[in-house]
Ligand binder design. Structure first.
Ligand SMILES: [Zn+2]
Ligand SMILES: [Zn+2]
Length: 133
């Protein structure tokens, strides 16, 4: 059902820094914080970092010291649609290689309903936006 993972509308609240909201064609709604999206960056580099730390997709980076330096919360400085299938961000920390396909974003939906489904099915998005089913 590929049309289910197409967004009807996408709102990136870049100026308020609140996050991104997607209304899907199947009437589902996803709300992502920028922190969540940044931590779930699907690029090869971030994939490797997650692997090294044994982190799951979308799980926050563990602080490396007891007194982590204050960092600006992640926020995209640029948002670029990639054709009809994905969206890419340039983050305020300069990172910019992740391409977030709609499939990936739908699989990462942080709502309680989708979380429950993921936990039952152990659905995990893999690297480069591929989803292991
Ligand atoms: Zn990345
Ligand atoms: Zn959901």
């Amino acid at each position: 059902m590929p049309s289910d993972t197409e967004p009807k509308s996408v709102r990136v609240n870049k100026t308020t820094g609140k996050g991104m909201e997607i209304d899907w064609k199947d009437a589902h709604q996803s709300v992502y914080t920028f922190q969540y999206l940044r931590d779930a960056c699907p690029c090869a580099h971030c994939d490797e970092e997650r692997d090294k730390e044994g982190r799951e997709f979308g799980q926050p980076v563990r602080p490396t010291s007891l007194l982590p330096m204050f960092k600006d919360p992640p926020r995209p400085t640029e948002v670029t649609p990639i054709g009809k299938y994905a969206i890419a961000f340039v983050w305020n920390d300069g990172h910019q290689h992740g391409i977030y396909s709609w499939d990936l974003l739908r699989a990462l939906c942080p709502c309680a309903e989708c979380k429950a489904v993921r936990e039952t099915n152990k659905l995990k998005p893999g690297g480069s936006g591929a989803i292991a089913r």
